[in-house]
Design a protein around this ligand. Sequence first.
Ligand SMILES: NC(=O)c1ccc[n+]([C@@H]2O[C@H](COP(=O)([O-])OP(=O)(O)OC[C@H]3O[C@@H](n4cnc5c(N)ncnc54)[C@H](OP(=O)(O)O)[C@@H]3O)[C@@H](O)[C@H]2O)c1
Length: 367
Amino acid sequence: MRVLVAGATGQVGQGLLEACAEAGADAPSVVALVRRRQRASLTASEQVVGDVGVPQWGVSDGELAALGEIDAVLNLAGVTDWTAGHATLDGINVLGAVHGMAVAERLGQLRGAPVPYLSASSVFVAGLQDGNVPEEPLPAETDRTPYELSKWYAERAVSARAARSGHPVLVARIGGAVGNSRTGRTTRRSSLYQLVSARDDKRLPVLPTRPGARVDTLPRNILGATLLRLLGHGRRQGFAAWHGGMTVQVAAGEQAPTLAAMLTQLDALDEGSRYRVPVPLPVPAGVLTAVTRVGTRYVRWSRQAGNRLQGLRYVAVDRIFERSRLAALTGGWLPAAELDTILRVTFDLPIRAPVTASTELPMGRFV
Ligand SMILES: NC(=O)c1ccc[n+]([C@@H]2O[C@H](COP(=O)([O-])OP(=O)(O)OC[C@H]3O[C@@H](n4cnc5c(N)ncnc54)[C@H](OP(=O)(O)O)[C@@H]3O)[C@@H](O)[C@H]2O)c1
């Protein structure tokens, strides 16, 4: 399989390339669409220069034809600075997703058979919706930040176009990404990390949160492995389930730990040496909305403070991102990671070597 991937240098894109390396010979070969210039550091087999913000990702028909056989197009590019303005967010997140679909359609015309399109969305299109979040288009009426709105508009535009044309399209709503589960490598720190202060910080150590809030994060290579499963299973089924557009949630779902459990475990793992672990402070839903709105709409904060306040939305809501369709579209496989692994990767704590049984140990006996 050969896939064209935009966003290969980002957190999710790096996770995909790491998953490809882990899969070895079974992995698809990746043609990376990179911005401005080729990247020496990228482990993709080929690179093409383009820009998702312009029609057909800035790649001419001649360049597309020269790519040769492409079995799927993946859009993992996006603006993930939550304090960015509407124009920037819409220009890349909304138009980039739509232009990517045009690339897949054009490649299909050149090849004479549809080329499936997978576009990365975010579980956070749900805004502050609590409870069970379905793998379905979500209603317009909920509180959303400009970033969340841009992902929601992108979903709606891509899904509507797929429904009209019948093109095989998968909108993959991705949950929070942390670094690689084996190496800890990461391009940036997660929302939870940004909300936990260093040991010597004098800030009030509380986190306003809904009771029972969950933190849905997975290591990036596991997210990447899930995307590979979706592609692999999809291909074996002729991408039948993707025709006309389909939405899945690539997340920890019902396995996601509560914020309270994570903070308790972090305190135990860290042993009080690096972090001042905050205490969850239960607040009504309206307070959470007001606090995070102040950070997004009414006051101009620094980029760091604005992202921190918005990040609160991603750790403080009591909800489960459903994933029964994810299971169906991967052939029954669901992503998972141990809480210890997630915490060690998120907080840059030493990653323990896996425990292996020693052959020299005597066998236990039951008497
Ligand atoms: N990370 C998460 O926790 C998370 C969670 C849910 C959903 N997502 C979604 O997953 C996708 C990827 O997120 P990420 O966290 O991997 O983002 P990221 O780390 O910020 O990386 C963004 C990627 O997009 C590329 N890009 C940005 N503008 C571009 C343009 N105009 N043309 C071509 N490439 C461009 C960047 O390339 P350069 O190297 O040129 O900057 C980079 O590869 C996004 O759609 C995001 O909404 C991410």
